[in-house]
Design a binder for this molecule. Structure first.
Ligand code: DX5
Ligand code: ZN
Length: 220
């Protein structure tokens, strides 16, 4: 199987200490940070935008990889700002974009990797159709309804991961939502290699151990 990277979602951390929480996750050997951007329109919740991402970047230095998960309407709007703020992977929602082919190109022109996410109700075929015409760097399969941390993992979404992996042996495939020690194996077995995990890590009093345990759960 594939080597899995673990990306903590800091949505469920103490947002008043976001920079320190990010540093703490990196010290706990996170492979990358998953930053959940919500606009209160595409999803029924609001978090933060590019100014906060920029502050995080200043705090953590230039090396750590940051994925911004753009749960926003009109994702075209923030590509340049997020690139300037220091995001490395710009993951937008297929459901939110009028012209995803063009958007992927713009993201790459701004020097970021392009990710495309699908909600639980969106057929994987829609994403595969897009990738056939315009390849992305990351496919992110939502395993909960986007908007909130701490929801339970939707195992039927693993069919989507398997389907993507069958068509694209080298694509980075992420899973996001409800992933923890009890569910990561399903994800890795299906072919996911970018593992987003929020509350399982953030709610633990030994997050370094959870990250290490997640990693060893999928090592073979
Ligand atoms: C959901 C977010 C996820 C979420 C993950 O809208 O995109 O990144 O915060 O958190 P857990 O692992 O708690 O589901
Ligand atoms: Zn997310």
């Amino acid at each position: 199987s594939y080597e899995c990277k673990i990306g903590p979602s800091i949505l469920n951390s103490d947002l008043a200490c976001l920079g320190d929480e990010c540093i703490r996750m990196l010290e706990c050997k996170a492979d990358y940070l998953h930053l959940d951007v919500m606009d209160g329109h595409f999803v029924p919740n609001i978090t933060f935008g590019h100014p906060v991402v920029q502050s995080i970047r200043k705090k953590i230095g230039c090396a750590p990889v940051c994925e911004v998960h753009m749960m926003v309407s009109r994702p075209e709007q923030w590509v340049k700002a997020m690139s300037e703020a220091g995001a490395n992977i710009y993951t937008f929602h297929l459901e939110a974009s009028d012209n995803p082919q063009q958007l992927i190109k713009e993201i790459r022109e701004e020097g970021m990797k392009a990710g495309c996410a699908i909600k639980p109700a969106t057929p994987v075929k829609n994403l595969i159709d897009l990738l056939q015409t315009q390849m992305a760097d990351v496919a992110l399969v939502m395993t909960v309804e986007p908007g909130f941390g701490g929801q339970s993992f939707m195992r039927p979404m693993m069919d989507k991961v398997r389907e993507l992996r069958k068509v694209y042996p080298h694509l980075d495939i992420g899973v996001d939502g409800g992933v923890g020690l009890n569910t990561i194996k399903h994800c890795a077995d299906a072919g996911a290699n970018m593992i987003v995990s929020g509350s399982a890590i953030m709610r633990s009093n030994d997050p370094a151990k959870v990250i290490a345990d997640l990693r060893s759960a999928v090592q073979n």
